[in-house]
Design a protein around this ligand. Structure first.
Ligand code: ADE
Length: 305
């Protein structure tokens, strides 16, 4: 069963210092989703601040499973802030019409600048999720997991004022499609980062999973030994560790050849991998059904036809 962190409302240190902070109130928008205060003496290695207009979107995903456990263990602290706290005027406005005309509203720069003024430190990395950013990868997740303070700005509306981009250190896309805001991309990245923190999960799991070595992960099996006529490969029940290791590497290569060949082009195979790859090529070529005779030797049209 998953242990859940205390999901409690408390001011961030930055907001406590800020004259505009409404400490201890959800209206201040600062939700510490789990924290080292829940008993664990473990060192907090990573702090994450998230700026959003929809703090509630983060509650469930950050409280459950690995992200929740990571916070309970004190390996990370995640604080979610309502950007409207830094909104302008009586209505706490955060958006406006686009200059030059056009549909939709654009996020104004001042609330974001004020929030960053309160939260940013010399060691902070500010991230703007955006479909036009660099594509998020496992390599980037490893890199971000080694930093000390991340701030995510979640855009909404039709987009952000261009000057907000200059406040960010990184613009990151989670793929070539458009979501309705930066919350889900931020959750995606935060999840990928938190599980990589030392102590979050079995180190072996992150060392062997897809992309870590530039390959897709090998197929996995559990009980029953036969399901719907499909059997578990005999090598996996042989107890022969070296044979299992070799089989896994080969199937990892096969899966990458079949599904993401461009990943192979981006890395240099070891001698063992080259040998296994040639076996995979030969097996895959042999598995392709021969062309039907009619196609292999098509009738030639005569000139008179
Ligand atoms: N905002 C909307 N779509 C996005 C995407 N694909 N990646 C990052 N941020 C986004």
């Amino acid at each position: 069963m998953n242990s859940e962190p205390d999901s409690k409302i408390e001011p961030t240190p930055a907001e406590s210092e800020s004259p505009s902070a409404e400490a201890g109130s959800s209206a201040s928008g600062s939700t510490a989703s789990g924290s080292a205060a829940s008993g664990s003496a473990a060192r907090v290695t990573l702090e994450i601040d998230i700026l959003t207009l929809f703090p509630a979107m983060f509650q469930g995903p950050l409280a459950e499973s690995i992200p929740g456990r990571v916070q309970v263990r004190g390996l990370a602290t995640v604080r979610v802030h309502d950007l409207r706290h830094w909104g302008l005027g009586r209505h706490k406005s955060v958006d406006d019409y686009t200059y030059g005309g056009g549909a939709g509203m654009v996020m104004r720069p001042e609330p974001v600048a004020a929030a960053l003024e309160a939260l940013r430190r010399p060691n902070s990395t500010v991230i703007l999720p955006d479909p036009a950013g660099e594509v998020f990868t496992q390599r980037r997740a490893h890199d971000l997991a080694q930093r000390t303070h991340l701030i995510f700005i979640c855009p909404r509306y039709e987009g952000v004022d261009e000057r907000i981009r200059t406040m960010a250190d990184l613009e990151i896309s989670i793929g070539d499609y458009v979501l309705s805001g930066g919350e889900i991309p931020t959750l995606t990245m935060v999840d990928a980062i938190l599980r990589l923190l030392p102590g979050a999960i079995d180190a072996e799991s992150t060392a062997e999973e897809s992309f870590t070595d530039g390959l897709l992960e090998y197929p996995q099996y559990t009980r029953p030994p036969v399901f719907d006529g499909a059997t578990v490969p005999a090598v996996l029940t042989s107890g022969h560790h070296e044979a299992v290791r070799r089989w896994r590497l080969k199937e990892s290569l096969r899966r990458t050849v079949q599904r993401r060949p461009e990943l192979l082009a981006a890395r240099k195979p070891s001698r063992e991998e080259s040998k296994l790859l040639s076996e995979v090529w030969a097996e895959e070529a042999a598995a392709v059904a021969p062309l039907p005779a009619a196609l292999a030797d098509p009738p030639v049209a005569s000139d008179s036809e």
